[in-house]
Design a protein around this ligand. Structure first.
Ligand code: TRP
Length: 331
């Protein structure tokens, strides 16, 4: 069985608790049983931010810090920047030769983003080809498993089709990757909507305990519970959703849910309890983050060594691809 894993994240800034619960916790588990490649995909960030690329470097470092803090271990998995491994660009070019335009034009994420993103001009050649670069990322390592959220399933399907199409022309070189849908516990943001940087409702991995409290304290709860004496319904409360992710005491959760339904406890009490649980989970993560933040040369080492390991695998695939295409072999 192919036990190689590839996944990536675009460096768009600090990661939040949704990323932690939805992706990173799973990535950290996978590094013990699989050969994992995790890439900060800076070229993908440039596809939407080409007009102002000034934040990509800083954002890449933030993502790296959040990854390391959350428990990705460079001794157990390969952590690298996409742009440090030029073979991604080379495979992207090769795949683009066999990519029918219709596949890209019909891609639901493309149609959706072109319609909804107004503040950036995304009618570029590269942005249309977003799934081609993503396929190159995965196929370059011949990854069998790609842990991603549901939102990436159309892209994964294109990656699979791309592998089949390439192989149909040039021989069985690129294995078809399988999607591994990550179980994503619901982590609402402070306004009750899905936690997302673009909504400005996130609690970040990098936030201090005080910053987290400043966000939790005014957070909306069951809208029907206007007064302390009104009974509430936990199932209508976003704070309760976060309890379900961070509170590890079944007993306390039962008490809280019951207290809410009977107006036995107030929302502030419930939030204070939540704060202790978020602190318990986040404080070792925060400590680790601070450690790495103070050691920038360590970050450089991690990225350099990651790129060396990634390139070794990547170049082998490129050599096979070049041979399969029947270009003159490189001497
Ligand atoms: N498109 C992914 C996202 O926005 C990021 C990504 C790029 C990726 N290349 C990948 C994910 C390869 C998995 C595998 O989340």
């Amino acid at each position: 069985m192919n036990r190689r894993v590839f996944s990536g994240m675009r460096p768009t800034g600090k990661l939040h608790l949704g990323h932690l619960a939805g992706a990173l916790t799973n990535w950290v588990k996978l590094q013990d049983g699989y050969e994992c490649f995790y890439s900060i995909v800076d070229w993908h960030a440039l596809m939407s931010d080409y007009a102002d690329s000034s934040s990509i470097e800083k954002n890449s470092v933030e993502v790296l810090l959040d990854w390391l803090a959350s428990g990705l271990d460079p001794e157990k998995c390969v952590i690298f920047l996409q742009s440090h491994v030029p073979q991604h660009a080379e495979l992207h070019l090769a795949l683009s030769m066999v990519t029918p335009l219709g596949w890209l034009q019909r891609c639901p994420t493309y149609k959706e983003q072109i319609l909804n993103i107004q503040n950036k001009d995304l009618s570029t050649y590269a942005f249309l080809g977003y799934p081609v670069l993503m396929a190159a990322d995965i196929l370059l390592y011949k990854a069998g498993i790609v842990p991603v959220g549901e939102d990436q399933s159309a892209h994964l399907e294109i990656s699979r089709e791309m592998a089949r199409r390439f192989n149909s022309f040039y021989g069985e070189i690129l294995p078809e990757p399988q999607i591994m849908l990550t179980p994503t516990p619901k982590v609402p943001g402070t306004d009750g909507r899905k936690m997302s940087k673009s909504y400005g409702n996130s609690i970040n991995i990098a936030d201090t305990s005080e910053e987290i409290w400043e966000k939790l304290r005014p957070m909306i709860t069951d809208p029907a519970r206007e007064r302390r004496t009104d009974p509430g319904d936990p199932d209508k409360c976003p704070v309760w959703d976060i309890h379900k992710v961070f509170n590890n005491s079944e007993e306390e959760k039962a008490e809280i849910a019951n207290g809410c339904r009977t107006a036995g406890i107030g929302c502030v009490d419930c939030k204070k309890k939540l704060r202790t649980h978020v602190d318990r989970v986040m404080s070792p993560i925060r400590e680790k983050r601070t450690f790495f933040e103070k050691n920038p040369s360590l970050l450089q080492d991690i990225l350099r060594e990651g790129a060396v390991k990634a390139k070794k695998v990547a170049q082998q695939t490129i050599d096979e691809v070049i041979t399969a295409i029947r270009f003159v072999p490189r001497g």
